[in-house]
Design a protein around this ligand. Structure first.
Ligand SMILES: *Cc1c(COP(=O)(O)O)cnc(C)c1O
Length: 411
């Protein structure tokens, strides 16, 4: 396969996807960002500072943990968990915000701007703003601020100013528009810190590069533990940053199957899901061409997942290209399957996973059970589930279709 989409081309495309669908004024700013990014990642002073913070502040490398009880339950391939849940702030997002924060400081910015839906990217951005002594403006839909009140308090505690966006439906899409508008009016002193491997070029390149530490570590850890590369990698896909971060270092090893798990919500047939590549088609969204859940006129349709971090109508353009060329496979897990995996991992391993990561666990169990005991797979445990405990408790009380008895014992 000589057309593997390893990097964006000179115009910012992975195959037919990506690009820069933005006004000319923003294009100039993005080109400046691209140049600064290329210089930074080739500067040992920059990468050295990044490595120091990943080690001493985030706590990397994150362990690769052999989950023996989960393996016994699946009764097939050995299952390893890449423990991104053990990072400072509890998820993989901090890898990217540290990288972009350092890049912003290098470019002379004094203020970080970001949008956030569920609040996790906002918290990771506010954390890095505090770490680097920078200002921080977070744009959040008014409706999301109400739903994610604790994250709003957390961001304010970290010194960020949280702006309530009341336009449109007052959710993520409207917050993106407000944040981009704020950046365009102050491109010298501010830096738009994007939270997933999406948006106009060069953001998908930038985010993959900063998240690829996950796969670099996992590769070395797998060789150490098993003496060879894994048979498959499994990760959940919202915008696609934790998945591409895990996959990046394995793209050219075609014996390693790459599997992304999209949220099927209440079921693909109900329309209440966010399975972009499974059920969408190519359109332009948020400055890029990619698979989008959209109506006949190309307008994004409302999407849904029990995991707020997976609830996004588009997907990173590199995933779209990896899907089309067949190098990676994209499957789905429903809310119910994710909830079952949430309880199962908690019971069997003493690890409470994020609802997002629970989608990957759910599919990994299915996959492992079809494989031989001498094979092994790595699942990206993208975050911890403390944030989801209240919601899961509420859902398990009312959801009779989840195979969990009162008190949480699997039936
Ligand atoms: C935000 C988030 C995701 C989804 O984002 P990606 O860019 O697809 O990785 C997945 N897991 C956790 C824990 C998250 O916070």
């Amino acid at each position: 396969m000589n057309t593997l989409p390893l990097h964006a081309d000179a115009n910012g495309y992975f195959g037919a996807y990506g690009g820069q669908y933005v006004p000319p004024q923003l294009k100039t700013i993005l080109d400046r960002l691209d140049t600064a990014f290329q210089e930074a990642v080739n500067d040992p002073a920059f990468t050295g500072e990044m490595d120091r913070l990943l080690r001493d502040y985030v706590g990397r490398p994150s362990p690769l943990y052999r989950a023996d009880r989960l393996t016994a339950y699946a009764a097939g391939a050995r299952i390893y968990l890449k423990r991104e849940d053990l990072n400072h702030t509890g998820a993989h997002k901090i890898n990217n915000t540290i990288g972009q924060g350092l890049l912003a400081r290098r470019m002379g910015a004094s203020r970080l701007i970001a949008e956030t839906g569920a609040g996790q990217h906002g918290v990771a951005t506010a954390t890095v703003a505090a770490l680097l002594g920078m200002g921080c403006d977070i744009y959040m839909g008014a409706e999301d601020m109400r739903r994610q009140h604790l994250n709003v308090v957390r961001m304010e505690l970290l010194g960020a100013c949280v702006h309530s966006v009341t336009d449109g439906l007052a959710t993520l899409k409207d917050a993106v528009d407000a944040a981009l508008g704020a950046w365009a009016t102050d491109p010298e002193a501010s830096f738009y810190l994007l939270g997933s491997a999406v948006g106009p070029h060069p953001y998908p390149e930038v985010v993959r590069t900063f998240q690829s530490v996950i796969g670099r570590e996992a590769r070395a850890q797998a060789l150490q533990a098993e003496g060879r590369l894994p048979d498959a990698l499994v990760a959940c896909v919202g915008g696609g940053s934790n998945a591409i971060g895990l996959f990046a270092d394995f793209l050219e090893n075609e014996d390693v199957a790459l599997v992304g798990v999209e949220p099927a919500g209440k079921g693909l047939a109900t329309g209440l899901h966010a399975a972009t590549m499974t059920a969408g088609h190519p359109e332009v969204i948020h400055g890029m061409r990619t698979y989008v859940l959209a109506d006949d006129k190309g307008n994004p349709t409302p999407c849904y997942s029990v995991a707020a971090g997976l609830d996004y109508p588009g997907v990173g353009p590199q995933h779209a290209a990896l899907r089309d060329c067949g190098r990676a496979t994209y499957v789905t897990a429903t809310d119910t399957e994710a909830l079952e995996a949430f309880v199962l991992l908690s019971h069997l391993e003493g690890i409470v996973p994020a609802l997002e990561s629970s989608h990957a666990i759910a599919y990994a169990l299915r996959l492992a059970s079809t494989m031989r005991p001498d094979q092994f797979i790595i699942v990206n445990l993208s975050g911890r589930g403390d944030k989801d405990v209240d919601e899961v408790t509420r859902l398990l009380d009312i959801r009779k279709d989840v195979a969990v008895a009162p008190g949480g014992c699997p039936l």
